[in-house]
Design a protein around this ligand. Structure first.
Ligand code: ZN
Length: 501
């Protein structure tokens, strides 16, 4: 058979998978944004069916033939087909050898574990969740073994979310971060600086907050003609089949307008990434984000580096005053800037400020490593968690609900995922430093001109989708790899300024 025929067949298979994924995404989005409750069971069945169809296409004999044939002719393939081959082979090798019964048993286990976790968190009862966590870890190890990889189990999990990063690279990354941030945080606490945050909890009507969301989306460049903003319990961003349908959600709290304000900017960062892929890959399997860390780098760049900068408040404060004169008349840009950058030892990761956030990730990274090296019993986790919180943040959680049980991830089997949040923040600072060499970024923000910034990100990152691996992509931008020094410099400089030390 001619290679061209196999390429055609391969791309048709991938297109079928992509179509089914789009359908699955639509059902999922619908389920979370107002589909009738009574339809939950039939929806779950429909989603299970679509998932099974996608899986059977990936591990089909037809796909295996395509992968084998194309591997033998890899050098003659164009760049896009080669990248499609690389990504599909990667997914195939991860999934193909796992017995269907194991996949089903794991899916049942995590569905049940999620419910048990919710109850355990509500009743502060780690012991009821522990056996499920133990079982999830055992099953994850069992499924990793089917991949036949020589890598350590936890390195394989890291690779799922952040190809190219391993415990070896991340140990160095986190050790440098820890050495810089832990003593710096103590210094800030001792500075005695008082920050006025009272106005953060003045009521802002939900309708007004919806208008603010639309305004923010428009300012930063999220195209609502190919996107929409809906409301859910937990904010998220979802791409339906490719760059031309990218949706986000938020959650409004009347007494805490900043909650949705920053959720929207964060999700816009994800959405802009998704919408900006180049024509050549639109609608293909390469029309996707390159890794969790790079995706988070975009959301965090918009949310924190831009959205929590003095320049941004200098610009947006006047816009808010015009829109909502009653609420914002007495508030200044400086007040907003310092209030949204108050550093505090807090118990909950998702409420943490920009500086202490990576310390929360470090706690999780260190425990996950222990869980997958077999050096720890799950029943010891609460104690270890609390000790690490004390060591890094100087606080001990009063209960497990605000400690080890706070995050949903482990109940869903998402292990190796947490580091991506810290990697994303570090990449954001790194990309920002590159951009600063080329333009007056804060000057542009102060004038509300976001287009040159978004264009830079589009050209260097967004446009390429999955065409390159994360390490190739980052290397292409500036000839280096993930470098934590930019992040440390960014954080210390910013917070020294705010705290006057
Ligand atoms: Zn995110």
């Amino acid at each position: 058979m001619r290679v061209e025929t196999t390429v055609k067949q391969f791309k048709e298979l991938l297109e079928k998978m992509k179509m089914l994924e789009g359908a699955l995404g639509t059902v999922y989005f619908d389920a979370l944004t107002g589909a009738p409750r009574g339809g939950a069971d039939s929806r779950a069945k429909r989603m299970g069916f679509l998932q099974a169809e996608i899986f059977s296409l990936l591990v089909s004999d037809e796909m295996k033939n395509c992968l084998d044939t194309l591997a033998a002719h890899e050098d003659s393939l164009d760049e896009i087909t080669r990248a499609m081959l690389r990504e599909t082979r990667r997914n195939y090798e991860k999934e193909a050898n796992i017995p269907v019964e194991t996949v089903r048993a794991y899916s049942e286990l995590t569905s049940k574990a999620h419910i048990v976790w919710e109850d355990a968190k509500a009743s502060n009862d780690f012991a009821s969740f522990a056996p499920y966590l133990e079982r999830i870890i055992a099953m994850k190890k069992e499924m990793l073994a089917y991949r036949g990889s020589d890598e350590l189990p936890y390195n394989q999990l890291l690779d799922d979310y952040e190809p190219g990063q391993t415990m070896e690279t991340l140990d160095v990354f986190f050790a440098k971060l820890k050495a810089a941030i832990v003593p710096f945080f103590k210094e800030l606490k001792e500075s005695g600086k008082q920050i006025d945050t009272n106005f953060k909890h003045h009521p802002v009507a939900i309708e007004a907050q919806r208008e603010i969301s639309d305004m923010l989306a428009e300012k930063v460049g999220y195209d609502l003609n190919r996107g929409m903003i809906r409301e859910t319990e937990h904010p998220f961003c979802i791409t339906i089949g490719g760059r031309d349908d990218v949706r986000i959600t938020t959650h409004y709290h009347e007494m805490n307008f900043l909650s949705s304000f920053y959720s929207v900017i964060h999700e816009c960062g994800h959405a802009i990434y998704e919408q900006n892929k180049k024509d050549e890959i639109a609608g293909t399997i390469l029309d996707d984000g390159v890794s969790m860390g790079i995706h988070e780098s975009q959301s965090r760049l918009y949310e924190n580096v831009i959205g929590r900068s003095r320049a941004f408040w200098g610009y947006i404060c006047d816009e808010l005053k015009t829109k909502l004169p009653d609420q914002f008349a007495p508030v200044t840009a400086d007040m907003l800037y310092t209030a949204t950058n108050q550093v505090e030892a807090s118990l909950i990761r998702i409420e943490a400020d920009e500086l202490t956030y990576p310390l929360h990730i470090m706690v999780r990274y260190e425990l996950e490593k222990l869980l997958f090296s077999g050096d720890v019993d799950v029943y010891d986790l609460p104690r270890l968690w609390n000790e690490k919180m004390e060591e890094y943040l100087g606080i001990t959680p009063p209960d497990d609900a605000r400690g080890i049980l706070q995050d949903v991830h482990w109940s869903e089997g998402l292990m190796g995922y947490f580091p991506s949040y810290a990697i994303g923040s570090a990449y954001a600072a790194q990309f920002w430093a590159y951009m600063e060499r080329e333009m007056d970024v804060y000057g542009l923000i102060q004038k509300g001109e976001f287009a040159p910034i978004t264009d830079w990100l589009k050209n260097h990152i967004h446009a390429h989708g999955l065409l390159y691996t994360p390490t190739e992509l980052v290397h292409r931008i500036a000839g280096e790899q993930l470098n934590v020094e930019y992040y440390i410099a960014y954080l210390t400089q910013k917070f020294r300024g705010i705290y006057g030390i």
